[in-house]
Write a protein that binds this ligand. Structure first.
Ligand code: AMP
Length: 560
């Protein structure tokens, strides 16, 4: 240990813990009258938010919630969720944001595994909750969240309805200080195999993540996505990595915030228009859905800045959105990482390049944010050169990465092998520090001794005019190990088969952008591509479907 100078604090010096409560107070300082809006149903200003958080803290305490308890929330994106994201950790409890899009069995597993003691349930999930309730092992009480308080709902051990309880509670709560390393939030990631794994974040980590995101998105000139005058609407569910932590950022900065409830593309467009939203974030498939909405046709979305993460942002989507007035910026992260790790940034050198080069860098995962360290390693954990070409597993260090998986020490140790968090993503790093995600390790297609990135192939295929959506996976092949297989959704009035797709890809092979082994010899034309609970391409399901179609020689297969 280095011998450094550590001076004990003066008597009475306040030892400032980094707690989530600090984030809540500053928004109102900047903008008292800015509003928090829920659909077309409710709007209130920042002082009311602070008051409601105090009321909720009183309601929870009166119901018996103690520090260290886990309190779960089953809701769509709402002002209530925002209030819970503050009040629950602020009384020293842990908020478990339940992924309501998982199967009932998985939801049950996560609730028992997280040891949830209290659950706030949206009336839409009452049926689901009733079905799993007999199997819940730790839940003691429930609270009802509803948009229609006049309707009754049967929940076991119900304390009451949220709004009524809040109205009856005191608007004063003295939020105590405690250890900043206390866990504040938890939720579950759904891997490709086995049970979901619980990640968790402390107050200190979330405060630092909030500061990190505000710096990355607000202070770096080539990015400048977020400032106090922006109007924020999440389109990444609040149950998924706390909507990427942006509700904390928006509240700290006093932004006008719009919570859309359950996502419905038509309604999202309507809210965007009505509330003059300027900043959002989502995965690519959700943006695609939004752009395809009836109400979006002919609309100029000028002034809307959207961060795309969770999956690669391809050039076609970037250009399509740009033509509609939307400025897209790629960012990278995962459930385990808080989530924000990096964001597309163009330095002076890149800014001076051609439009095409600039786009290339706007769609890459980008530059690690301040305090984030990124490296690439080989299978033995040896560091690889950051030359923009060598591929390796991306590993990370940052103050806001989960320090393990809840009650799964072995999996946590694997995640942190060698003192770095292993992302499971294959990436290159270049001399400018730019991360380029090549693929998930398990999605790379290994064919004829070559490694082909399914993301690259999806990007090139999506440039064909007939293609509306595409997913590429590797399918076992006795001769080649694996062969790429493409699943396509075709635009109305267009046609394409395996042969036409080959013709489209050939020039990329000739230019050296693609290996000749990357041309799929079989494709499937479908009406919809399976998605995961958070709207990403569900490659696990897709592989199963393809194996079944091949076994039955399905009619929508097209073969070279
Ligand atoms: P999740 O834990 O569900 O949020 O998924 C995280 C994974 O999404 C990462 O490990 C990546 O594989 C993928 N991902 C996130 N952002 C990007 C990006 N900008 N480009 C490519 N893949 C991404």
């Amino acid at each position: 240990m280095l011998q450094t100078r550590v001076i004990p604090p003066a008597e009475g010096a306040y030892q400032y813990p980094l707690l989530i409560k600090r984030l809540l107070m500053s928004g109102a300082r900047y903008e008292k009258t800015r509003e928090i809006i829920y659909r077309d149903q409710l709007r209130y200003s920042y002082p009311t938010l602070i008051e409601r958080v105090a009321r909720l803290a009183n309601v929870l305490s009166a119901a018996g919630v103690k520090s260290g308890d886990t309190v779960a929330v089953m809701d769509w994106d709402s002002h209530r969720y925002l209030e819970c994201m503050f009040a629950i950790p602020m009384i020293g409890a842990v908020i478990h944001t339940i992924n309501v899009r998982l199967s009932p069995e998985q939801i049950l597993y996560t609730m028992n595994h997280a040891e949830d003691r209290f659950v706030l349930v949206n009336s839409e999930f009452v049926g689901l909750y009733q079905a799993i309730a007999p199997h819940l092992t730790t839940v003691e009480k429930t609270l009802l969240l509803t948009d229609a308080p006049e309707k009754t709902a049967e929940l076991p051990n119900l304390v009451g309805e949220y709004e009524q309880l809040l109205a009856a509670a005191s608007a004063q709560y003295d939020f105590a200080d405690f250890d900043e390393n206390s866990v504040a939030t938890t939720f579950y990631t759904t891997g490709t195999t086995g049970n979901p794994k619980g990640v968790y974040f402390t107050h200190r980590q979330l405060v630092l993540h909030t500061m990190g995101v505000s710096t990355i998105m607000g202070a770096i000139d080539s990015v400048r996505l977020l400032g106090t005058n922006d109007v924020y609407m999440p389109i990444t569910p609040m149950f998924h990595v706390h909507a990427w932590g942006l509700p904390y950022v928006a509240t700290m900065l006093g932004l006008k915030q719009v919570y859309p409830g359950r996502y419905d593309p038509e309604f999202l467009v309507e809210l965007w228009r009505k509330e003059k939203v300027t900043f959002s974030h989502c995965v690519p498939t959700i943006l695609q859905m939004l752009l395809n909405a009836k109400g979006a046709q002919g609309t100029d979305f000028g002034g809307w800045k959207i961060v795309i993460g969770g999956s690669a942002l391809n050039r076609t989507l970037y250009e399509t959105a740009k033509a509609r007035g939307i400025q897209l910026t790629a960012a990278y992260g995962m459930s385990e990482t808080g989530p924000l790790v990096s964001c597309a940034h163009l330095n002076d050198e890149l800014m001076a390049g051609s439009e095409d080069e600039r786009t290339t860098y706007r769609i890459k995962a980008g530059v690690p944010g301040p305090l984030v360290e990124a490296a690439i390693v080989d299978a033995d954990g040896n560091f690889l050169p950051a030359d923009g070409e060598t591929q390796g597993e991306l590993v990370l260090r940052a103050p806001w990465l989960t320090e393990g998986y809840f009650n799964e020490p072995q999996k946590g140790a694997e995640l942190w092998a060698g003192g770095w968090l292993h992302t499971g993503d294959v990436a290159t790093l270049d001399s400018m520090g730019v991360i380029d995600i090549r693929d998930r390790i398990k999605d790379v297609i290994k064919t004829g001794g070559e490694w082909i990135s399914s993301l690259d192939l999806e990007d090139l295929i999506s440039r064909h005019v007939a293609v509306r959506e595409v997913a590429v996976v590797g399918i076992a092949d006795p001769q080649w190990g694996e062969r790429p297989f493409a699943l396509l959704v075709i635009r109305e009035g267009h046609e394409i088969g395996a042969r036409e797709l080959k013709e489209h890809l050939k020039p990329f092979v000739e230019l050296g952008h693609l290996s000749k082994w990357a041309i799929p010899s079989q494709i499937a034309l479908v009406t919809e591509i399976p998605k995961t609970s958070v709207g990403k391409l569900d490659k696990k399901r897709i592989r199963l479907d393809i194996t079944e179609w091949q076994a039955t020689n399905s009619t929508f297969l097209s073969t070279l």
